[in-house]
Design a protein around this ligand. Structure first.
Ligand code: FAD
Ligand code: NAG
Ligand code: NAG
Ligand code: NAG
Ligand code: NAG
Ligand code: NAG
Ligand code: NAG
Ligand code: NAG
Ligand code: NAG
Length: 519
């Protein structure tokens, strides 16, 4: 009886003010801790540890301040495994003692799904599973899933100036979540998604069993590479195909300001950006800026060319003369330096896992299949000008993305898609959530006629709970189609099939995970 009461107190602490009238069923806390200790796992911090220790670990990789509020549900315990065996034991102990698991690599889930939950849970944080081995000769690397992209890039650059990996520019993003969701990057037009360059993976299931691609089977290996993190088990490590880049390449940024200038240039970009030769990646980001007392729109056309600057200027003079790119817009550098160049950091900071300048944010995504007409662009500028802390980015697809079959991996946006769109708004005052969320939803509604439809597509790495969600990952396969169809389209049913194979009891779940078929 005494134990039962202690448990009840814990539940209240865990659920805090977000608890509803009926308290959810909790796991066995003491049983979990003794199981972990008996397994030799000492790097464990519970909610009853000193609060500052607990919160500094919890907050460290929590990247959206919206989910570090006092009322955000917290894990009962944070477990930090430091080896494959410890990771297996963390999972087995948690599941045996009735706990739900959330696993975190870089913590960049836009909706905080790697470190929050609507039911009591434990957090397995992979920040210590970040080892990387690069084999220059075979152009391959094994990467533990807790490694950040910056750590991966740094290890590659330290091994060879001619090798790279095609993944995102934010250096604190985790390879665990990023590759699981596909991974679009400045190299996607040349080499495809990060997930297109995965050769093998080690996946651990709810019994603590480790499987490589042969053991897990074709459907599951397919699902892991783009079907989104959190549904299949825990990825312990990825085996990556590295890609070739020149020792010196060219990064560029061209700015255009004012409604007319930006409208003309962005309108034209839609026709040329996705059609350029695949050694060029040029995306366009736009945002409102205050000039004296009024606000106007500014566009930044930026990206990289896998070659030298004079060649780039020659090509641009032919394919996009309207932009007027000049030598001063370009800078030659190594591939690894381009990451810092577009992420306001430098090579020495790539292995720093702490994301500075944390803010509250909301992001939504779309895919463009036809160019937006000029009046539609002007309408978009006037909405963007309302919130100068917001931006939108159009990133071109095309290149090799057009040649990889639509069903090769879960990510369905290949041939027929011109660009992906990310809309982001940030704020710093916790009482202004509603204002900014409402504004973002208005922008999203405005864009509806101009973007992909039936379904209106979204990108799973730009996770958006507005598309639908289910308490405790309890959606049926039919219900989860609400978001599954948008992220994966015709690939959704195969994801359900893979889930049914690898996790029929749905241990790995969250409010937007892929459910198994009921048996
Ligand atoms: C600044 C910034 C820039 C970005 N740029 C890009 C970009 O250029 N291209 C792009 O495609 N995306 C980009 N993203 C989005 C990013 O790819 C996703 O948010 C990604 O899911 C983050 O991975 P993570 O490991 O950091 O996140 P986490 O929050 O740790 O994980 C995300 C999801 O994956 C699950 N997961 C994590 N690790 C594992 C594992 N080892 N095994 C199983 N499941 C796991 C989590 O439980 C969670 O559900 C960017 C994000 C930010 C914040
Ligand atoms: C969440 O789902 C799991 C698996 O179905 C179940 O065991 C658990 O009781 C659920 N928790 C809550 C609080 O509903
Ligand atoms: C446990 O992990 C934390 C966070 O990374 C680290 O600070 C601490 O030194 C680790 N403790 C042990 C005993 O390894
Ligand atoms: C972590 O975040 C919570 C919620 O915002 C905050 O109350 C706490 O002070 C933070 N703790 C640390 C150590 O940063
Ligand atoms: C984990 O995989 C092993 C080997 O395939 C299998 O026997 C076991 O049933 C799986 N566990 C779960 C919970 O699915
Ligand atoms: C438009 O671009 C031209 C040429 O770069 C520049 O001179 C002009 O100031 C721009 N217009 C506005 C409104 O900024
Ligand atoms: C902004 O104000 C400054 C100082 O009054 C002026 O020199 C400048 O021309 C103004 N800029 C624009 C774009 O109006
Ligand atoms: C890199 O960035 C850090 C942090 O901003 C700074 O302290 C350091 O001086 C920079 N190093 C170089 C070589 O620019
Ligand atoms: C935060 O927003 C609230 C509500 O709009 C406002 O009352 C408060 O003054 C703001 N705080 C700061 C520091 O701007």
């Amino acid at each position: 009886m005494a134990k039962f009461c202690a448990l009840l107190i814990l539940i209240i602490a865990v659920c805090s003010t977000s608890a509803t009238a009926t308290l959810p069923k909790n796991g066995d806390g003491e049983g979990l801790l003794s199981c972990l200790h008996a397994s030799g796992l000492t790097n464990v911090t519970t909610i009853s540890s000193s609060a500052s220790e607990f919160y500094s670990l919890l907050n460290f990789s929590a990247q959206n301040l919206r989910f570090t509020e006092p009322q955000t549900p917290r894990p009962y315990v944070i477990i930090i495994p430091q080896s494959q065996t410890q990771l297996e034991k963390s999972m087995v102990c948690s599941i045996q003692h009735g706990w739900e698991i959330r696993v975190r690599s870089g913590g960049h889930s836009y909706e905080g799904l790697s470190y929050t939950s609507d039911v009591p849970f434990v957090l397995i944080d992979l920040l210590k599973l970040n080892k990387i081995t690069v084999d220059v000769k075979s152009k391959r690397a094994w990467v533990q899933a807790g490694a950040t992209l910056g750590e991966v890039y740094s290890a590659i650059a330290n091994s060879s100036p001619n090798l790279a990996f095609p993944a995102g520019v934010c250096h604190t993003v985790g390879s665990g979540g990023h590759i699981a969701g596909g991974g679009l990057s400045f190299l996607s037009r040349k080499y495809g998604l990060a997930a297109d360059n995965v050769l093998d993976a080690l996946l651990i299931n709810a019994s603590g069993k480790v499987m490589d691609k042969n053991a897990m089977g074709e459907d599951v290996f397919w699902a892991l590479r783009g079907g989104g993190g959190g549904s299949w088990g825990v990825v312990y490590a990825w085996k990556l195909q590295l890609v070739s880049v020149p020792t010196i390449l060219t990064a560029f940024t061209v700015l255009r300001t004012g409604t007319d200038n930006v409208t003309e240039a962005v309108h034209r970009w839609q026709y040329v950006g996705p059609q350029m030769e695949e050694d060029i990646f040029m995306r366009v980001q736009f945002f409102g800026i205050k000039v004296n007392d009024s606000t106007t729109i500014r566009a930044s056309f930026h990206g990289i060319y896998l070659g030298r600057q004079p060649e780039l200027l020659t090509i641009m003079g032919k394919v996009f003369p309207e932009l007027g790119m000049v030598a001063a817009d370009c800078k030659e550098m190594k591939w690894v330096e381009t990451i810092g160049n577009f992420d306001s950091t430098n090579v020495s900071q790539l292995t720093n896992r702490y994301y500075t300048n944390k803010v509250f944010f909301k992001i939504k995504s779309d895919f463009g299949k036809t160019p937006l007409p000029k009046p539609a662009l002007r309408g978009l500028w006037s909405i963007m000008e309302e919130e100068v802390s917001a931006y939108a980015i159009f990133s071109p697809l095309g290149g090799i993305m057009n040649r990889i079959p639509l069903t090769a991996l879960p990510f369905p946006q290949r041939q027929g898609t011109l660009f992906d769109i990310q809309y982001k708004v940030t704020w710093t005052n916790r009482s202004e959530d509603d204002h900014y969320l409402e504004w973002m939803r208005k922008l999203y509604k405005y864009m509806e006629p101009y973007v992909s439809h039936s379904p209106r597509a979204a990108y799973v790495n730009y996770l958006d709970l507005d598309l639908g969600s289910a308490f405790n990952g309890s959606a049926t396969a039919e219900e989860a189609r609400a978001w599954g169809d948008k992220y994966f389209h015709h690939n959704y049913d195969r994801l359900v099939k893979a889930k049914t194979q690898v996790d029929p009891q749905n241990f790995f779940r969250n409010s937007q995970s892929i459910p198994p078929l009921a048996n």
